[in-house]
Design a protein around this ligand. Sequence first.
Ligand code: FAD
Length: 406
Amino acid sequence: MPGVTDASDVVIVGGGLVGLATAHALAASNADLRIAVLEAEPGVARHQSGRNSGVLHSGVYYRPGSRKAELCVDGAEEMVRFCAEHSIGLERTGKVIVATSPSEIDTLHELETRGRANGLAGLELLDERGLREHEPHATGLMALFVPQAGVVDFVAVAERMASLLRDRGHEARTGFDVVSIDRTASEYRLTARSGDEWKAGYLINCAGLHSDRIAALAGVDPELRIVPFRGEYYVLSAERSPLVRHLIYPVPDPRFPFLGVHFTRRIDGTVEVGPNAVVALGRHNYRGEGGVSVSDLAEMATAPGLWRLGARYWRTGGSEMIRSRSRRLYAAEARKLLPEVQAGDLRRGGSGIRAQAILRDGTLVDDFAIKQSDRAMHVLNAPSPAATACLAIGRTIAQRALAAIP
Ligand SMILES: Cc1cc2nc3c(=O)[nH]c(=O)nc-3n(C[C@H](O)[C@H](O)[C@H](O)COP(=O)(O)OP(=O)(O)OC[C@H]3O[C@@H](n4cnc5c(N)ncnc54)[C@H](O)[C@@H]3O)c2cc1C
């Protein structure tokens, strides 16, 4: 049944941090442009942007010269200013990355080198005693202290960007689940599940877990697939939470774009342990076995890249799945960093699902990926640290879009 038709100059699909920051940057650069953000859920930041660790990343992990490195460092500074201006909770606490086996020490040195190349000042390599001065209950052979890292209330950031947009007379429409896109010579016509329609001359796809699907609906081959990787958290009991001052991270496995199970004292003071990384059988499968999506599963079964990835890393993937079901094994992993943690100190927390792009040959796309096409831009890979970097990512997309809009 046809519904209401609205229009704007630019339409952005996705009311997560990246879509909202893009709208924010467009609105700041061109006051005449009519901008709309269309979000499927009843509120903004209901997926990755509202279900993450809440960590302000520093840029220490990323290859110098990559988009992640540049946009994370710039974006973190912009996030600090945005939160100060709008009285949103953000604390730059610093963090430690801890090597617990000799094989991790080279990687730790490599992180220090990367961090310096990415412009981070004040990085400090610590011995076990130095580590204990920062985190008295942590243990390890060597650690890297990163002063720029911190914690932030990303949901408040997203909500503030949506309200700023509305205050300026733009649209941040929720409950608009885009199910089809028609392209004519001069405009895109987006149709929602409700039957409502939206027309716009320029389309920006920031649909996170569905960005490959939105690109395909708009007639663009994304040349990759989104694979949902669920990250599950535990919460440290209130009595044991003093074991963690700020942020304690392991040295990441350089084969994967995930940072490993870490301890995070969030902006509200609770201490989380996690997230792990298991392939989620469904793009919104936050619950595990109970939330399997048959259609997503059928689609995943036909993705050659996923089969190739599985063949390469079945051992790591299998042990992540086993650990995901066992609090005892999860606690054993956490104990590598914090020996005093026992399984009984952990209770199950929430979960988030990462939208991780994978190529047909099974390669996990490491850097942010943005594809420009005729009167459209598609953000096809924006995993961590895209929450930290959202203001810089949004500014970059806005500049490119404004250059392309006649
Ligand atoms: C477990 C986990 C931990 C993380 N930790 C951190 C961290 O500590 N620090 C950090 O910087 N980053 C972190 N990240 C990464 C960060 O959260 C994401 O990179 C970032 O939020 C991506 O934002 P986004 O706007 O691209 O995606 P999303 O927040 O997922 O937004 C996409 C939006 O598009 C909407 N949408 C999808 N399809 C449609 C459609 N058809 N019609 C309309 N709307 C649609 C969705 O409903 C959604 O709201 C983490 C991610 C996860 C999952």
